[in-house]
Design a protein around this ligand. Structure first.
Ligand code: HMH
Length: 210
């Protein structure tokens, strides 16, 4: 029986829960988050998405042609998302030209390494990264202003459908994966869970954005 995305979630519920629930999200929902902490997250997540876009490009490079349609659609969403981050930064008078915090740096290095893994590993990692935000924001929705559009960006049902299709493509890639690749897939899933948890926590640490 080949490994599936659903099995990873069933096997590691505690790790996944920690990736998708955090005081950061709860405080956004209660509008009690400090603006400085929110802004720290915002600036670092912009840098994350830049690197994530490179990972998306690398995923397309190794994908079978049948997987292009979904992934190219995802690219269009990323184009919009990068422009949206820039608009949010201007609105909030934030410079995006800040150094990456260690946690963001770790996540970006992980994605650079992931680009060199076989397609089943990349596809599963990519799915897990998107699912973390989909479930994290959706699980804390609705959010009050000014956070509603953030919760909606990753929590909307069209995004949920996209993530479900990413799981189907990853599952089909996993069908042909050998044992060593499956082990790598599990490791990658757990690393994503850990990095997601750390990323929320990062908003409370380090140098605030200004
Ligand atoms: C940290 N994980 C993080 N940021 C994001 N924007 C996503 C996942 C979804 O793309």
């Amino acid at each position: 029986m080949p490994l599936t995305c659903q099995q990873l979630l069933t096997k590691y519920p505690a790790q996944w829960q920690a990736a998708t629930t955090h005081p950061f999200l709860a405080q956004c929902q209660q509008a009690s988050i400090q603006p400085q902490q929110f802004n720290t997250w915002l600036v670092q997540d912009y840098h994350f998405v830049v690197e994530f876009t490179r990972l998306a490009a690398s995923l397309i490079k190794s994908a079978p042609t049948a997987h292009f349609d979904l992934l190219l659609g995802g690219m269009t969403v990323l184009k919009d998302e990068l422009n949206w981050f820039q608009a949010k930064a201007i609105e909030r008078h934030l410079s995006l030209d800040l150094p990456l915090q260690p946690t963001c740096q770790n996540y970006c290095s992980f994605m650079t390494d992931l680009a060199h893994e076989p397609y089943p590993v990349k596809a599963t990692g990519f799915w897990a990264i998107e699912l973390a935000y989909n479930q994290g924001w959706q699980g804390h929705s609705p959010m009050p202003e000014p956070y509603a559009e953030f919760a909606d960006r990753w929590g909307n049902t069209a995004f949920t459908n996209y993530v479900e299709l990413l799981a189907q493509q990853a599952n089909s890639a996993l069908q042909g994966a050998d044992n060593a690749t499956q082990i790598e897939v599990e490791k990658t899933f757990l690393t994503v869970a850990k990095l997601e948890k750390d990323f929320w926590q990062m908003a409370y640490e380090g140098i605030a954005a200004h």
